[in-house]
Design a protein around this ligand. Structure first.
Ligand code: AMP
Ligand code: MG
Length: 423
């Protein structure tokens, strides 16, 4: 039997370098065309140019009367101007009515403004009668008219490639008739959790066993990042079982394993991946939590070996996998938002590594504040339920003091001041 190398003596890669190595492997996936109703949440792969002005025609901003501004000049409640009402334009009508001097046309919000009118008086400024309307305030040319192209001119660029399509985006696309849009393909992400101690969620606890949670946290994180999940189940700490499952993950764009990448006696995942042809680009990063991270390529598949500790797995995913999944989808802003937050208590971390402290962030009149979430150990997954940010203590520092400003990666919405930070 050959003695495996003493892995604990292999070097640990500085965080920034690890980030560079991982990000440099990414090129965006192919582009596909989807129906607009499927496009929400996808990343746009084309620039969208308006084929016509938006809105497409001059229309009324209010319910009221289309008039000639000169006719109602000086109108007040004390000296109103009376006009003959010669017609009505509703939303959807053609608006081909003539507004001549001394006349007005009843008009509704969104209805086309007759070409002969130059202003609208709102209903609230008038006293309408059967055939005539008393106008009690003057208006100015163009008043309450939404001009054709006021939102966007024909030929103007509306949306840029690399945007994640939200509600407003899909609405804008609908308004210009984009029935189908080009978006980046979602990455297929295979997830394999490993460990002899792991039970399925439906199984009874037994001595020495725990239920596997990482497959659920990872599935959620993959979905949240826009990936399509392929579940490879729970692998045993047995090279043959692991090899079989990893084989099934080969067609994925990204393969994520959890557990078994540390220096324990049964940490077989790396060996099995190497035997399966993994080109190892990184193992061990100067991060806390998440030091044992393994990264490489197996053919076209990017492979992340995440540590098994539930918090480490989640934080590693946040730092390394999520931005990759976003960039694979062509997202030009793959990063989570970051804020500066004032610490309410001191936080400590290992001096040699970049530390990501789980914090609860709140927004106050004086800016963001953050407090570390407990219990601290990276096995305590419940802390991640409560955390809405990761505060970064840079390498070379073992401590951040109360009152200090730290950069915090936002994982969720901060509390507002009046919300209970102890929920
Ligand atoms: P490992 O990285 O395999 O050494 O595992 C480190 C710790 O994480 C151990 O306490 C494992 O029991 C735990 N762990 C590993 N995988 C999972 C999982 N899928 N769900 C919950 N805990 C896990
Ligand atoms: Mg294990």
């Amino acid at each position: 039997m050959t003695v495996p190398p003493r892995r604990e003596f292999e070097p640990v890669t500085p965080f920034d370098e690890a980030e560079r190595i991982v990000r440099s492997t990414v090129t965006p996936l192919d582009v596909e065309e989807v129906a607009l109703r499927e496009a929400w949440g996808r990343v746009l792969a084309e620039r969208i140019v308006a084929p016509h002005p938006v809105p497409p025609f001059d229309n009324s901003m209010v319910d009221g009367f289309a008039v000639l501004a000169a006719d109602v000049e000086g109108a007040t409640p004390e000296s109103p101007v009376e006009l003959d009402v010669v017609g009505e334009v509703a939303a959807g009508d053609l608006g081909d009515v003539m507004v001549a001097t001394g006349t007005a046309v009843r008009i509704m919000t969104g209805a086309p403004v007759p070409a002969s009118a130059d202003a609208i008086v709102m209903l609230e400024w008038t006293t309408p009668g059967a055939r005539r309307v008393r106008v009690e305030r003057e208006t100015t040319p163009g008043r309450f008219i939404r001009r054709a192209g006021e939102d966007t001119r024909a030929g103007e660029s509306m949306l840029e490639a690399g945007r994640t399509l939200g509600a407003a985006d899909t609405g804008v696309l609908a308004s210009i008739g984009s029935e189908r849009v080009r978006v980046y393909r979602r990455p297929r992400v295979a997830v394999l959790v490993t460990g002899d101690e792991l039970l399925e969620v439906g199984e009874e606890l037994a001595p020495g066993k725990i239920r596997s949670s990482n497959n659920y946290t990872l599935a959620g994180q993959v979905r949240d990042a826009g990936g399509e999940l392929e579940d490879l189940g729970i692998g045993r700490d047995d090279p043959r079982d692991l090899a079989r499952r990893i084989e099934r993950g080969r067609d994925a764009d990204v393969l994520i394993t959890s557990g078994g990448v540390s220096v324990g006696d049964h940490d077989e995942v790396q060996n099995v991946l190497l035997a399966a042809g993994l080109e190892r680009l990184l193992w061990r990063v100067s991060a806390s939590p998440g030091k044992p991270l393994l990264f490489g390529r197996m053919g076209e598949t990017l492979v992340f070996g995440l540590p098994g500790n539930p918090v480490s797995s989640m934080v590693c995913f946040e730092n390394f996998v999520r931005p990759v999944l976003r960039s694979l989808q062509g997202d030009t802003r793959p990063e989570r938002p970051r804020v500066q937050a004032k610490l309410l208590d001191s936080i400590s971390g290992p001096e040699s590594r970049r530390h990501f402290a789980r914090v609860r962030v709140a927004w106050t009149a004086d800016g963001f504040v953050a407090r570390e979430v407990r219990p601290l150990g990276s096995g305590n997954l419940r802390s991640m339920v409560y955390a809405n940010g990761l505060a970064i203590i840079p390498e070379g520092r073992a401590m951040a003091e109360a009152g200090e400003l730290l950069t915090v990666v936002l994982l969720g919405f901060p509390d507002s001041e009046d919300q209970d930070a102890g929920a």
